[in-house]
Design a protein around this ligand. Structure first.
Ligand code: ATP
Ligand code: MG
Length: 586
């Protein structure tokens, strides 16, 4: 099935596009590319230093970009607040001085536990200006996940709100020995260790500050999504900004006059790399929407803000699909010219839906917390093969690797499945799992970084996601990737979402079991299950089609929107659920 759709690529013609893509010829760009030359495109600091805040904000100050809206904040209550690049510079200088006054030094960890509010963005920039490390936590984390991350990350400062403090921090306050100060963004109380963010900011020195950070200085600590187990703390450095800039221009086709909306929360890597850093380095207007997902509200935002480039996730796209094809017709989405998606495999069905319903295909791209930036992508100027993650970025060498019996690696042949591997050396590559040296070391072999994802590459160099190494199903001698099965099920009109696991079986080793959530208007009956089984068998054949299908109200997902197959499997087998700190509670 997938190959049938794949045989119908979505063709591109760069010459006929209203805005000339940053990369009009993939092969040529790839050949001519070097990271050293890319770094020269940024400002840098004296003596080879580099600082993310300098590249994102300060370097624009003596250009026409200075007065442009850098952040447009859409509050939950409907308020709109604009910050120009100059405003961001001034206010983040104050944040840096405020942190300095509180005793924050280079390398100290500054945590945020905030929704998408301006203070989060100002804190990130202020921390970098001071040479401190920015560690964003997703605002919906409960007390234990917050505790775990702040202690593992040696948090010294936490910026949060009064409500989140009361609910998420107070219960664990006496178990946070490293935490010296808490700043509340929305109240004026001043008690030992708890300070009013805005009152301190108003009194802070506003003279420019810029730590002379080196390329290898730690800048960001990000915890992974916890899809496959306990979240890992990935360390990123200031030099990463070179990759944020380059990949934003190539894979998201960002131009300085764009209005860009990245829907990811900065509690996850996408919301920082592409919700803060990348767009600011390019000089665009960056939309920050405080509200949660709502189909009508999203279309309204795309229309009212005249968003030109939109970066979102498969879950959101599937929810928009669920809301129906009529809804977007009520909105004027004519400003939109490029849509991209990341975080999970994007089913071919969704790519085609974009093309048919929104008038634009959705460009899937692949990366992970560890890679810090986009590694494989469908570009504005390259043909899309629906279901494929696309081609490696200029400057990135990707390969499919298999292990020989003696443990060494060999490169897979065309079309063969294996582990997706990357040649280390790009600037936003993580520099370690915090305090997990052994785990970090194990991620490398024979000069490759092994990603933990399985994929294959076709004859034209396009990469196809097969599944996470942990999720691969071995059934009667076949290796089955869940993505293929899920994508087939989603083609059924009743299915909104699908997740597939391997269920132990005495004869086959494992059998394929699918969990599905239905679209509105369809009922979970035995007849429906039978119909779905028959549908899948016709598409996939009996060896690959799910033997069992179970209909659920919703599928368990991480707060960053990824389906948690390991949880479905644990529940199915009656095993402990493991770390569920990132599980979204419905
Ligand atoms: P953990 O490592 O804690 O289990 P996680 O891997 O989900 O969590 P992230 O770093 O947020 O944490 O997610 C990266 C992973 O998401 C990738 O390794 C891959 O499995 C999946 N992913 C991201 N983009 C895509 C994509 N376009 N297609 C398929 N899978 C994707
Ligand atoms: Mg991972």
């Amino acid at each position: 099935m997938r190959d049938v759709i794949a045989n119908r690529p979505i063709r591109k013609n760069a010459d006929r596009m209203p805005v000339k893509p940053n990369m009009s010829n993939y092969e040529r760009e790839r050949l001519g590319f070097s990271w050293a030359a890319a770094a020269k495109g940024l400002a840098g600091l004296p003596n080879g230093g580099i600082n993310i805040a300098h590249e994102a904000v300060e370097r624009h100050l003596d250009t026409a970009v200075a007065g442009r809206v850098a952040l447009r904040w859409l509050s939950m209550s409907g308020e709109v607040r604009d910050f120009t690049y100059r405003d961001l510079s001034d206010q983040s200088n104050r944040v840096a001085h405020m942190l300095l006054q509180l005793g924050v030094a280079k390398g100290d960890r500054v945590f945020t536990l905030l929704g998408r509010v301006p203070e989060l963005y100002l804190t990130a920039l202020g921390a970098w200006k001071l040479g401190a490390v920015f560690c964003p936590l997703f605002s919906a984390f409960g007390p234990e996940p917050v505790h775990q991350r702040i202690t593992r990350g040696d948090g010294k400062i936490l910026v949060t709100s009064a409500r989140l403090y009361r609910r998420r921090v107070l219960p664990i306050r006496d178990r946070l020995p490293s935490l010296e100060h808490i700043l509340l963004v929305d109240v004026d109380t001043d008690e030992p260790g708890i300070h009013p963010f805005h009152a301190l900011l108003a009194n802070a020195d506003d003279t420019p500050m810029m730590a002379q950070t080196r390329p290898e200085d730690m800048a960001i600590l990000h915890f992974t999504s916890g899809t496959t187990g306990m979240p890992k703390g990935a360390v990123h450095v200031h030099e990463a900004v070179v990759a944020h800039n380059v990949t934003g221009r190539y894979a998201l086709d960002l131009h300085p006059d764009d209005v860009f909306w990245c829907t990811a929360d900065p509690g996850w890597v996408t919301g920082t790399s592409y919700g803060i850093i990348s767009p600011l380095t390019v000089g665009v207007t960056n939309i920050i929407d405080e509200s949660e997902f709502d189909a009508e509200h999203w279309y309204q935002t795309l229309q009212d803000q005249r968003v030109t480039v939109w970066y979102t996730a498969p879950t959101a796209i599937r929810m928009l699909m669920k809301a129906g094809p009529e809804l977007p017709k009520r909105y004027d989405l004519s400003a939109l010219r490029f849509i991209a998606s990341v975080g999970e495999p994007l089913n071919p069905e969704a790519v085609i839906w974009g093309n048919e319903v929104l008038g634009l295909p959705i460009h899937d791209n692949w990366w992970q917390t560890e890679t810090g930036g986009i590694m494989i992508a469908n570009f504005a100027s390259t043909d899309i093969r629906p279901g494929s993650m696309g081609l490696p970025l200029p400057g990135i060498t990707a390969a499919i690797m298999q292990r020989r019996d003696d443990g060494t690696l060999r490169e897979a042949i065309e079309g063969e499945e294996g582990e997706l591997a990357l040649r280390p050396g790009w600037p936003s590559m993580f520099r370690g799992y915090l305090y997990e040296e052994e785990r970090y070391r194990k991620a490398f072999a024979d000069g490759w970084y092994l990603t933990g994802d399985l994929a294959r590459r076709d004859g034209d160099g396009y990469f196809w996601f097969v599944g996470r190494a942990d999720d691969i199903i071995k059934s009667a001698g076949h290796l089955i990737g869940p993505f293929e099965v899920e994508s087939a099920l989603i083609e059924h009109e009743a299915v909104a979402e699908a997740a597939v696991i391997g269920k132990p079986d005495p004869v086959a080793g494992e059998i394929v079991k699918a969990f599905v959530a239905l679209n509105p208007g369809f009922e979970a009956t035995e007849a429906m299950e039978r119909d779905l089984r028959g549908f899948a068998r016709k598409r996939l054949g009996p060896a690959v089609a799910p033997r069992e299908i179970e209909i659920l109200e919703t599928l368990p997902r991480t707060r960053s929107g990824k389906i948690m197959r390991r949880l479905l499997k644990a529940r199915e087998l009656g095993l402990p659920e493991g770390d569920t700190s990132t599980l979204e509670r419905m």
